[in-house]
Design a protein around this ligand. Structure first.
Ligand SMILES: *Cc1c(COP(=O)(O)O)cnc(C)c1O
Length: 328
């Protein structure tokens, strides 16, 4: 599955995923799925975050959803009945990361209840690791998932179609596994968008790691002292700021701030250094650069930076067709 939440279901990016051969498009927000459908994208859509009050629109817009609560499945079944369709579900199992999932000891009973719902079609089970607890996907937890699949299929005499082993953190496991067991699906966002796996953020061979770039405009450039003058109190965010004396130096302000992106998510490729940020400004030491008002500063983004930048209504998104570009 190609996961599109970090780009808010941006249709041109989703189309590129589909051109790349992905058939299932997954997002955690039903609003993003609705946006993709309105843009005319026709494929199977999967809702990643377990729904509840949005059950009616989930049945309407998503073909498949991931679930962990019977209450929610009952609602989905109810709305599927009123919409005269069956809603497909994947049940998530808790394998140690402690985010979403039914505990393995409760799985059999949970599946029994799921199978009793008239307009719900159980198509698979899955798990999610390396998100909350930072638990690494490995042979042991992946074998555990496969064993649960075997047990459920045997107990209920059913065939599970999708066994979803995890997210971009499963890349290393998948590459090195002798035997992937019953796992036949991964849900991949960051690895497709930023070209790296997420256990140690290593680049994946053949993928572009700089597909997203953020440009900010220089709105002030002046030589100033590096130490503030006056009595020091709390800054705009309640912190007591500390400064290093680097003498008089060239400082620039760029039109980008915490409302757009956290400074820690920005990666500079050159000798510029970020000195601080407030809601709307980031201050840089540009002693080694001759940056002028109107110049642009270019940043690479990490995953949370991509998520923030795509979500900020103040950042203009521009798409370049890179079909002919060589892969870095
Ligand atoms: C976000 C998400 C993913 C994708 O994670 P990446 O690290 O971007 O690959 C997969 N599964 C679920 C349930 C998610 O919420």
């Amino acid at each position: 599955m190609g996961v599109t939440k970090a780009v808010l279901g941006e249709p041109s990016i989703v189309e590129a995923m589909i051109q790349g051969g992905i058939r299932l498009i997954a997002d955690s927000r039903i609003e993003n799925i609705q946006k993709m459908k309105r843009a005319g994208i026709s494929t199977q859509f999967v809702l990643l975050r377990t729904p509840l009050s949005q059950a009616e629109s989930v049945v309407q817009s998503a073909d498949i959803s991931l679930n962990t609560e019977i209450e929610t499945l009952k609602k989905l079944s109810h709305y599927a009945k009123t919409q005269n369709k069956n809603h497909q579900v994947i049940i998530m199992v808790e394998l140690g990361d402690l985010r979403e999932g039914v505990l393995p000891c409760d799985l059999s009973q949970f599946i029994r209840k799921t199978l009793s719902l008239s307009h719900i079609k159980l198509i698979g089970i899955g798990c999610n690791l390396a998100c909350h607890g930072g638990v690494k996907p490995n042979r042991k937890n992946m074998q555990e998932l496969s064993a649960l699949v075997d047990a459920i299929e045997k107990e209920f005499q059913i065939r599970l179609e999708i066994i979803s082993g995890g997210n971009s953190a499963n890349y290393e496991w998948y590459q090195s596994a002798q035997d992937i067991g019953r796992i036949n699906n991964l849900r991949l966002g960051e690895s497709i968008l930023l070209g790296c796996e997420t256990v140690s953020r290593r680049a994946i061979p053949g993928l572009h790691t700089r597909a997203f770039q953020l440009f900010a405009e220089v709105i002030e450039s002046k030589k100033k002292p590096s130490l503030p003058t006056g009595e020091i109190c709390q800054d705009a965010f309640g912190n007591l700021p500390r400064f290093k004396d680097r003498g008089i130096h060239q400082r620039v302000i760029i039109a980008l701030g915490r409302q757009d992106i956290p400074m820690s998510s920005l990666k500079l490729n050159n000798k510029l250094e970020m000195l601080g940020s407030s809601s709307d400004h980031i201050i840089l030491d540009s002693n080694n650069h001759k940056l002028q008002v109107g110049d642009e500063v270019k940043f690479d983004l990490d995953y949370s930076g991509l998520l923030s930048a795509m979500t900020s209504p103040f950042i203009r998104k521009q798409f370049t067709n890179c079909k002919d570009h060589a892969v870095a």
